[in-house]
Design a protein around this ligand. Structure first.
Ligand code: NDP
Length: 315
């Protein structure tokens, strides 16, 4: 009988202990290892990663698959010793998309409808209406029309917002009511119609620092920025002047260059910045285990794994 796979759980950022039970549920008797002592390194078949320690993946001589435990892979591609001949895969999951739809819809609505003012009125027992702008007259732009961006575009169009999206390549199958833009040539036109801009790009050398002073200047005055991509999409030093000048009216931020956001960071407590601690959505632990094991099985059968990353594109 073939021995069960040996899975290494690797992270320099979080405890990955929570995944061990999910792998045991997905395949009882499986050999899951984590921490500094992984036993004989030649045993490891698959590594499941979130910010793996640099150089670690290169130490497994029989590794067959590098699996991100999330949608993004920037945290793995950052390893200069990444064994690039191996397949690198990510998780794509309806539950994750549903969580992102809920967060982004909330973030758009809470600012567009002035919900912060209602919380203050409620606390002060004041019956006070905020101006109501129809969603039809509020334009939401989504940078990144991948699995998550498309799900958010669809949800916001269903609520009634005017939705546009921007991607690298042209899209022929956008959800009803969503206008598509693509490539560097159409970026300015896209940005000029974003009363709210949502960043759902992957972090690559091309998208690092995408959210900067030049880009803010191309948005309509008073735009709302929502960053649910990665912290390094935003040039943090450019945000405060854009808010101070009124070019941006608010920012809702879920991802930061340094996480947890340091206690003395100027974003905390800023009246126009809403900070959430990278919780826009989460990957279901059982889905991580199931997709990892399914990918290993198809690789062993000589087929292509699901959701493999194009290393040249970086996503
Ligand atoms: P996908 O890989 O499915 O989609 C990426 C999209 O970005 C595609 O539409 C792609 O264009 C576009 N894109 C990539 N590079 C460029 C570029 N240079 N110019 C223009 N468009 C570009 O990613 P997902 O939707 O699954 O996830 C997006 C990101 O969301 C993840 O990488 C991760 O960083 C973040 N995330 C954040 C979470 C949170 O809780 N805050 C949770 C999960 C993910 P094209 O379609 O033409 O290829």
């Amino acid at each position: 009988m073939k021995k069960p796979p040996v899975v290494a759980l690797l992270s320099s950022a979080i405890s990955v202990q929570y995944l061990a039970d999910a792998f045991e549920t997905a395949q009882p008797g499986i050999d899951v290892r984590m921490g500094d002592d992984l036993g004989p390194l030649e045993d490891i078949d698959v590594a499941v990663c979130w910010f793996p320690p640099h150089g670690r993946l290169a130490q497994f001589p029989n590794l067959q698959l590098v699996q991100s435990l999330a949608a993004g892979v920037d945290h793995i591609l950052a390893d200069p010793a990444l064994p690039r001949h191996l397949p690198l895969c990510r998780i794509v999951d309806d539950t994750m998309a549903a969580g992102m739809k809920a967060y982004v819809s909330w973030a758009v609505v809470q600012h567009h409808r002035g919900m912060k003012a209602y919380v203050a009125s409620s606390d002060a027992a004041k019956w006070e209406e905020q101006p109501v702008v129809s969603p039809r007259r509020h334009r939401v732009g989504i940078a990144g029309l991948g699995t998550l961006g498309l799900a958010c575009a669809d949800a916001l169009a269903t609520i009634g917002y005017q939705v546009r999206g921007w991607s690298r390549s042209a899209k022929s199958d956008l959800p009803a009511g969503v206008t598509g833009f693509h490539g560097a040539d159409q970026l300015d036109e896209f940005l000029s119609g974003c009363d709210t801009l949502v960043c759902l790009l992957p972090l690559t050398p091309q998208t690092q620092g995408f959210l900067n002073a030049d880009l803010f200047a191309k948005l309509p005055r008073g735009a709302h920025l929502i960053n649910v991509g990665r912290g390094d999409h935003l040039v943090e030093a450019d945000l405060l002047p854009a808010l101070a000048s009124g070019q941006l009216s608010a920012a809702t931020l879920d991802a930061f260059s340094v996480e947890p956001l340091p206690k003395d960071h100027p974003f905390w407590g800023h009246p126009n910045i809403l900070v959430t601690p990278h919780i826009a959505t989460r990957t279901d632990r059982l889905v991580i285990a199931q997709q990892t094991l399914a990918n290993l099985a198809v690789l062993r059968a000589g087929q292509h794994p699901l959701n493999q990353i194009d290393l040249e594109r970086g996503y």
